[in-house]
Ligand binder design. Sequence first.
Ligand code: OGA
Ligand code: NI
Length: 346
Amino acid sequence: MTTCKKLAESPGLTSIPSLYTHTANPKDIQAVSEDPEDPIPVIDFSLLTSGTPHQRSQAIQELGKACKDWGFFMLINHGVPERQMEAVIEGLRGFFDLTEEEKREFEGKNLLDPIRCGTSFNKSLEKVFFWRDFLKILINPDHEFQFPYKPAGFREVSLDYCKRIREVARELLKAISMSLGLEPCYIEKATNLESGLQVFAANLYPPCPQPELAMGLPPHSDHGLLTLLVQNGIGGLQTQHNGNWVKVNAIPNSFLVNTADQLEILSNGKYKSNVHRAVVNGKATRISLGIANGPSLETMIRPAPELESKEQPAAYIGMTYKGYLELQQGNQLDGKSCLDRVRAFN
Ligand code: OGA
Ligand code: NI
């Protein structure tokens, strides 16, 4: 395995190998800054959990609107300590700093191996690589004892962090259920969330000598229900909204949350999964950590019957989450092409 990090550290590197050069239409690459008239939604978690009934119902409404209009929002006052998030990011930095030899132990081969690290997304299928190394660990339901044991302390702080994120995600999914007019536990029950798949998905984007020619992660949607992402203070995430690419300027200590494909299916298309991408920069190493929260692998996910009608029949066929995951991860990352395969023809 040659990591992107190792390549970026080659002495005197002033251009990127052609293997990393993306020749997309430059117009397609342009992103805009947040429009003050149409800002990225901000959701206050404390109002969802401990506001007055009025504040709560207002926050639920705002959350529903954020899911519908953006599929993306920044979550503030979530109660997860900032220093814990920083400790996890430091652990990640230490992990990516291990030698290539040490990391090889965690390489993994198959999609559902509990620990996988590597570079790009699916190298065996890609003609052009992404400027990114990754570490993916399956946390829930039953892999929590399989986590890299180095660097020291990384495992403990990360597992506790994931547990906290699960609670935040569960509360968000309750509020999202209500915003759809469903009973609070609808999504939790329909997805068997208790034994749902939780993935610790970390990215390292080394400084790139030609950032305009490289791509960190191409446009894609995530496969689960909700992904909660944090970063080491360096930006690079862009989210698609009304046909524009909007640069995400993260509020300090917020979670960047995007709605994913299984939520689009469950909501019968009311909440479209968010399309996003990551660009790289020439100066600083960017580390991001997404915690993806999804249904249990064996659960069949289909549109909620309550959200179907004569006018809006089920827009997707049912499929187990595992089947869906294999479909997405076994292919190249390409927008929402995977979701297209479960669309029903009405
Ligand atoms: C991902 C992802 C974005 C980022 O890992 O799925 O979209 O900013 N990451 O690193
Ligand atoms: Ni993503």
